[in-house]
Design a binder for this molecule. Structure first.
Ligand SMILES: [Zn+2]
Length: 315
């Protein structure tokens, strides 16, 4: 079963799914790092999702965890209003996303684990950007977002990762990993597997930001983890032609069942916020390009429907 904000659904009900988006992001610390990380206009997100729905979109994984701008009440509301399946995130982001005195920095491993498990089995906490996790709603998160960067990789303190791994093992819910280099992806998947997380419950994001070492993607997929590509239509990194070439290489190596796609949207890119890409982009632009470059309909259905149905289900 897949745990959406409205409850459990059988995997076959998930449908066409973007595996990494940001539907809402409250004002606060993330916006201080980058103004594009504020997505807090309910009506605008609603109309973006209505457009996605009108084109056949059915499901979205929202990758913002608690404590750094997740808008859990709005996720629940927009999901019920548009009948979109939304999977929300517990877990933690890069520590730069939290003020210096934030609880996520000071909680012990046990406390972090308890918070994550509560969000996955009882309900999501509210107000955690500025307050300790206490009040909650009766709607649960369905994945554990985690993030590694250069600093965390060198840091011997691994309490956040151990807490996430233990919460995943206890609940059978998948872990999603924000990574910034392929080396971090390799390191973090090894760490989680060593801690006992089944590889099938590990999803690695953003590996496609740089395409100079696709062999490293292969190595991660060979461990049995999912690779989630979300640098589609992000032209400051590379164009979509290169993205398709990379996908074709992964298909040639036999990893059709390991690939998930998303746009990792920000305010700057969402159409309803004045951006150019929009949640229509994969359906209206990228899928036609994949077809033109010879990727089969069967494989596209795997990326968008079959693989997410497996990746986000409890095992
Ligand atoms: Zn993201």
């Amino acid at each position: 079963m897949i745990q959406t904000v409205q409850g459990l659904i059988p995997p076959e009900q998930l449908g066409f799914c973007h595996s990494h988006e940001h539907l809402f992001l409250a004002e606060g610390q993330p916006e201080k790092l980058n103004p594009a990380l504020r997505i807090d206009d309910y009506t605008a997100t609603l109309s973006e999702l209505e457009m996605f729905q009108s084109l056949g979109g059915k499901a979205i994984v929202d990758a913002q965890p608690l404590g750094c701008g997740r808008m859990e009440k709005e996720l629940v509301k927009v999901s019920s209003q548009t009948k979109t399946h939304i999977v929300a995130s517990t877990g933690f982001h890069k520590l730069a996303f939290y003020p210096h005195n934030h609880w996520i920095r000071t909680f012990s491993m046990e406390e972090l684990k308890e918070v994550f498990i509560h969000e996955l089995t009882v309900g999501m906490y509210i107000g955690t950007d500025s307050h300790l996790p206490k009040e909650y709603i009766n709607h649960k998160a369905g994945q554990i977002k985690t993030a590694i960067d250069e600093k965390r990789m060198k840091d011997s303190e691994k309490k956040w990762f151990i807490a996430a791994a233990q919460a995943s093992i206890e609940t059978s819910i998948p872990i999603m990993c924000h990574t910034e280099t392929v080396e971090q992806g390799d390191y973090l998947t090894d760490l989680y597997i060593k801690l006992g997380v089944p590889p099938r419950n590990i999803i690695v994001c953003h590996l496609d930001r740089k395409l100079d070492n696709i062999g490293a993607h292969k190595k991660i997929a060979e461990k049995g983890c999912f690779v989630e590509y979300d640098t589609i239509g992000r032209f400051k990194y590379h164009d979509d032609e290169l993205e398709v070439e990379m996908l074709k290489q992964m298909l040639e190596w036999g990893f059709a069942d390991a690939i998930l796609l998303g746009l990792d949207t920000t305010r700057q890119r969402l159409k309803s916020y004045g951006g150019e890409i929009g949640l229509n982009y994969i359906i209206e632009n990228f899928i036609p390009l994949m077809h033109r470059r010879g990727i089969s309909q069967k494989n596209i259905e795997k990326f968008m429907i079959k693989n997410p149905a497996i990746a986000f289900s409890k095992i």
